[in-house]
Design a binder for this molecule. Structure first.
Ligand code: ADP
Ligand code: MG
Length: 347
């Protein structure tokens, strides 16, 4: 009798320890995620995180999104970017975030030989992509603005934390801001003790850790011509998966489609044969800038850059309905069985 009671007591103790353990890390295994939806940076953002720290951490994420939008937006008069643009010709003091985003932008501009260029704003605004009214501009006007696009003319003073652009120039962080933001959110969540979360900023995905339980996350690669259809699925943990595509923001005039990724050499929407580029990399800002850069570069030059760098992987979709998957993703990409596109792997 005594032995049975002692056994029961031990059993209870084991249960108590198990339950207590579950309250912290293990809780994530059985609980549902905490989710938040935010509309910012002209994008619907879905944040979802697991564990006992998720609720409070996501609250902080929402604040961070608002703060970064107030610093980066070309449409907010008091933002760092509006300040730089309004005061072209003078050095303007900016936040550490603006410095960091511009440093990443600069790095990708150099790597891509200017295919990525944040001084693209004179052209982006001419086409109307920063507003609700878009139109095909006069060819002469496009040509007139081309000399005002050149990332090499940006002066970053790290010590003084200032930025200076020449008169007539203007910066637009649209190609890097969302990836920078998702990376900041990932860093924040980790700092807050969240070990499992998935952030989707309008299709730009940032993964924190793995799914509760340790399995990788599944991220669909959007079909460029069919809404809510995927060309395939990637299984990944702890990285950014960021897509740029001509299907994301565009308008049609006289039967022709014009999209929002501008080739800085021509002033026209990039037309190098790609429909979309998905980049997988550790850092969100880097992946975002690269997705835009590789879209402008086109298939061949994007693949050359991938081989040269070795610090990112990608999926290219071209106008011939081919999906090119770089070798680092070969084992973790599952093509959609019903897709009519052809799939090849690049080495
Ligand atoms: P999205 O932000 O829509 O997901 P991207 O990351 O490709 O797509 O960024 C496109 C945005 O970047 C454009 O809306 C514009 O603000 C800006 N942009 C367009 N062309 C370029 C370019 N060649 N280099 C840098 N930024 C660009
Ligand atoms: Mg981008």
């Amino acid at each position: 009798m005594k032995r049975t009671r002692r056994f029961c007591f031990l059993l209870l103790l084991v249960f108590a320890v198990l339950i207590l353990g579950a309250c912290d890390s293990g809780m994530a295994l059985i609980s549902r995620p905490v989710s938040r939806q935010v509309f910012a940076m002209d994008t619907v953002m879905n944040l979802s995180a697991y564990g006992s720290k998720a609720e409070a951490a996501l609250e902080k994420c929402v604040n961070t999104i608002t703060q970064l939008e107030e610093v980066f937006s070309v449409n907010i008069a008091s933002s760092d970017i509006s300040n730089i643009n309004r005061n072209a010709g003078q050095a303007v003091h900016v936040s550490e975030d603006t410095m960091e985003a511009l440093r990443t932008a600069n790095k990708v501009s150099l790597m891509s030989d200017g295919a990525f260029d944040v001084t693209i704003y004179p052209l982006v605004s001419l086409w109307g992509f920063s507003t609700d009214i878009q139109q095909v501009p006069e060819d002469l006007e496009i040509k007139r603005r081309l000399p005002f696009v050149d990332y090499k003319k940006i002066r970053l003073n790290t010590k003084q934390q200032t930025v200076k652009i020449p008169e007539g120039f203007a910066i637009d962080l649209g190609g890097v801001a969302k990836g920078y933001t998702s990376q900041k959110l990932a860093d924040l969540l980790e700092l807050e003790g969240v070990t499992s979360a998935m952030l989707s900023l309008g299709g730009n995905v940032q993964l924190i850790g793995s799914k509760p339980g340790g399995d990788p996350w599944h991220v669909g690669v959007q079909h460029p011509e069919k809404a809510n259809t995927f060309l395939g699925t990637l299984s990944l943990s702890d990285c950014a998966v960021i897509t740029s595509g001509s299907y994301q923001r565009n308008f049609t005039e006289n039967g022709r489609l014009y999209h929002h990724i501008i080739n800085p050499d021509t002033g026209y929407p990039a037309g190098n044969g790609l429909l979309s580029v998905t980049i997988v990399a550790k850092d969100g800002a880097y992946a975002d800038a690269l997705s835009t850069a590789c879209f402008v570069l086109g298939e061949q030059r994007a693949l050359e850059l991938w081989q040269e760098r070795g610090d990112f992987e990608m999926i290219l979709v071209n106008i011939s309905e081919e999906v090119i998957v770089t070798s680092g993703l070969a084992n973790i990409f599952i093509p959609d069985e019903k897709s009519s596109y052809t799939y090849t792997f690049a080495n």
